[in-house]
Design a protein around this ligand. Structure first.
Ligand code: URA
Length: 280
């Protein structure tokens, strides 16, 4: 049983003694300013074992947090769980203890036939069917990725020789009915198919469950954010293959080191924004 005396009893923003954040159980100083956000808690050790060093700094519910270093760059990973609600809770906690950049790292199904399982998708923006971000801001507000994070993810994929696509993601609050799959017992509504066909016609490239929450809340919190996915399914060809998960992990970690290098360049040249010729 948890010692209840360690709680600060404020219902409007509960934290534990020492400013330990309620959902993620991390405190100031526990995380790096760049945080990778996988959904699955098991993916956090999969990420941190590729770093030069790491330690576990938090574990509660679906949120496992590791912090470490790769090639001299401080980095953290915190699992969000599936869907917008737990993702927003993790982001609230991480923002409160100093996160400055989020990279959502996950799996996805493509809805365009030319994108194959094992390839990568980098989100330029996301359609907000996430069901969570609308609790923060009107649906007319865009879920848009930070251009530096998108460019760093592209640079990472190029360096690593990965096949990738950049495009608009659709974030659904449900893996099944929200993504034009039957519910239990073949349950369907007529609009499942219409929404899917409309997204496809509008050149949306993939379905997943957290990007719109990450991108929208990051803009509201003045945090840079992007998202990268390993394609495990294609809804047009009906292929599903759980290969290549490590590619989105490797690319996101590489992008974190690239962003740090670009930050150093900006500072040395007294620039606020990175642009391609700054790197020459
Ligand atoms: N994640 C999703 O949300 N949908 C898929 O089809 C695959 C991964």
């Amino acid at each position: 049983m948890e010692d209840k005396k360690q709680w600060i009893s404020k219902a409007d923003r509960p934290v534990l003694d020492g400013n330990i954040q309620y959902h993620i159980r991390c405190k100031p100083g526990d995380i790096a300013d760049i945080v990778l956000l996988p959904g699955d808690p098991d993916r956090v050790p999969q990420m941190s074992k590729t770093w030069d060093e790491f330690k576990e700094v938090g574990r509660n519910r679906e949120h496992v947090t590791h912090t470490g270093k790769i090639r001299g760059v401080d980095i953290s990973a915190c699992s969000t769980g599936a869907g917008g609600g737990s993702t927003a809770s993790a982001m609230e906690g991480l923002a409160s203890i100093g996160a400055k950049t989020f990279i959502r790292v996950g799996t996805t199904s493509a809805i365009q036939s030319h994108i194959k399982p094992g390839e990568l998708i980098i989100s330029s923006s996301a359609v907000r069917y996430d069901g969570t971000s609308e609790n923060y801001v009107n649906l007319n507000y865009p879920a848009v990725a930070d251009y530096e994070v998108v460019a760093a993810l592209v640079e990472a994929c190029e360096r690593l020789g990965y096949t990738y696509h950049v495009g608009i993601t659709a974030t659904a609050a449900s893996f099944f009915c929200g993504q034009n799959r039957d519910g239990f017992g073949g349950y369907r509504q007529s609009w499942f198919e219409d929404r899917y066909e409309d997204l496809k016609a509008a050149n949306v490239v993939n379905y997943e469950m957290e990007a719109a929450t990450v991108l929208t809340l990051s803009s509201l919190f003045k945090i840079k954010a992007g998202a990268i996915f390993t394609v495990i399914g294609n809804r047009e060809t009906n292929e599903f293959s759980y290969d290549g998960i490590e590619k989105s992990i490797t690319a996101s970690t590489e992008a974190a080191t690239i962003l740090k290098e670009w930050d150093r360049l900006k500072k040395s040249k007294n620039k606020t924004y990175w642009y391609p010729s700054l790197t020459k």
